[in-house]
Design a protein. Structure first.
Length: 280
């Protein structure tokens, strides 16, 4: 690694665990670099491309937080069942600001797997898309809801603007501490039923910061990826690492070799991450 790549990172934070939250790192980035490009989302439709500056990302995350709080209470568990969409990122950041715990769900799950995760996580809400890669997700939601009495809300991301408009009034965002839970992520379940791991804000933000520092990511860089948001490589290392580096986070809905190469070329990606099978 070029030592100059570490110039952005204060030396005294190299091995420290900071008392940060998902919301606090976003607020800090918006204050430090409001006009820098924070996120670039390529949609499922090839021509779709959306961008946010850090000021815009904070604004939209706060609006998402208000909409979440119109339906859920801080500390409640809300699941996200979708590929890497802009709405996924906004839900992660908005939930972090609202003190709501997100449950990350693999969009390849079938009905039985979905039902298990929603029940075991005690999710009271679910955001999903209609379908993805031939998986009839809305149909599966309808199948499992009768068996999940605690699931109060199932919201299709195709109706995102309607969801945002549902916040009739605004309320002060709650105080969120570094030790508060932020996510529940599930193991692969290869040796039995998947196990939910409850992850606090402190663990997510510091893991992401140390990763970004280790690879030398800094302002002006572009982190491009196709790792899934339901996994820590996507929603933690990529999303929260780029924010703390004041870099641009560019992503596609799911891994496709040609599309990832196009993202790297068109967005001038400087850093990316993939498992060996992807890179080969």
């Amino acid at each position: 690694m070029n030592p100059s790549n570490l110039a952005y990172w204060p030396a005294d934070t190299a091995e420290r665990v900071l008392e940060t939250t998902v919301g606090s790192i976003l607020r800090d980035a918006a204050a430090d670099a409001p006009d820098e490009v924070a996120a670039v989302a390529w949609g499922i439709v090839p021509a779709q491309r959306r961008t946010w500056t850090y000021a815009e990302l904070l604004r939209d995350a706060e609006r998402t937080a208000q909409s979440l709080l119109s339906r859920f209470e801080p500390g409640e568990h809300v699941a996200i069942w979708a590929p890497n969409l802009a709405e996924w990122l906004l839900l992660e950041l908005g939930a972090g600001l609202a003190g709501i715990v997100i449950v990350t769900v693999n969009p390849a799950y079938r009905a039985r797997e979905l039902e298990y995760v929603l029940r075991q996580s005690r999710a009271v809400g679910l955001f999903h898309i209609e379908s993805f890669r031939g998986n009839p997700m809305a149909e599966f939601v309808d199948q499992v809801r009768p068996a999940l009495p605690n699931l109060r809300e199932a919201i299709a991301l195709e109706r995102w603007e309607e969801f945002l408009a549902s916040a009739a009034t605004t309320r002060p965002l709650p105080s969120v501490s570094a030790g508060d839970p932020a996510q529940i992520q599930y193991t692969s379940g290869t040796t039995g039923s998947p196990k939910g791991a409850l992850l606090p804000h402190r663990a997510l933000t510091n893991n992401a910061r140390l990763f970004a520092q280790l690879i030398g990511m800094q302002p002006g860089d572009v982190y491009g990826h196709a790792m899934p948001f339901f996994h820590t490589a996507g929603c933690v290392l990529a999303a929260l690492g780029a924010i703390q580096a004041r870099a641009t986070h560019a992503f596609i809905p799911a891994f496709e070799p040609a599309r990832l190469l196009a993202l790297i070329e068109k967005e001038r990606v400087t850093h990316t991450l993939g498992v060996p099978t992807m890179l080969i």
